[in-house]
Structures are given as structure tokens and as C-alpha cells.
Design a binder for this molecule. Structure first.
Ligand SMILES: [Zn+2]
Length: 91
């Protein structure tokens, strides 16, 4: 199971859209950060790079980091969950 494959193949914008509303911005999608009390669209998602970054609390990463924090699971558990969803066989 390749971590870089998961980080590039898992559809980050689709995963995040299950948790918060994302709006189209000029270069990225944006919304209210799910990780801190946010009223000002501090949370940015780049579908092109498949990464997110919050300019309020500083959290950033890819699909694995998002699932890890939003589901409150370990990095390994988040990786396995995404691998299964992608149909990539894990150990
Ligand atoms: Zn935040």
C-alpha cells in the first residue's frame, strides 16, 4: 500500500464536502474550517494539488491527515480506511 498513491488518488474535495460546505474561490475551494471555530472561510482546499490548509489554525495536509483529524483516528487507520475506499489492497 503506497501512501503517496493514497494521498494523490483519494478525492480530497469530495471527502471534505461530506463534512463542510465548500465554495468555489478564485484558485481553491474554501469553507469554514472544521477544526477550529471559524466564521471567515479560513479553510482552503486545492483539488489540483489534493491538499488543504487552514489559515486560521494552521492545520494542513492531504486526504490522510484530513480523515485522521476529522475522524479522530490514527494516521495508519486513516490510511487503511482510504486505501479500502479506493480499492487498494492493504495488508
Ligand atoms: Zn482551522
Amino acid at each position: 500500500m503506497s501512501l503517496s498513491l493514497i494521498q494523490s488518488k483519494a478525492d480530497l474535495a469530495a471527502i471534505i464536502s461530506k463534512h463542510i460546505v465548500l465554495r468555489e474561490g478564485r484558485k481553491a475551494l474554501r469553507g469554514n474550517c472544521p477544526f477550529h471555530a471559524d466564521q471567515s472561510d479560513s479553510f482552503m482546499v486545492s483539488p489540483e494539488k489534493n491538499v488543504f490548509k487552514c489559515f486560521g489554525c494552521g492545520k494542513e495536509g492531504g486526504p490522510v491527515e484530513f480523515v485522521m483529524w476529522i475522524e479522530n483516528v490514527s494516521f495508519d487507520a486513516a490510511s487503511r480506511r482510504l486505501a479500502q475506499a479506493l480499492g487498494i489492497a492493504g495488508d
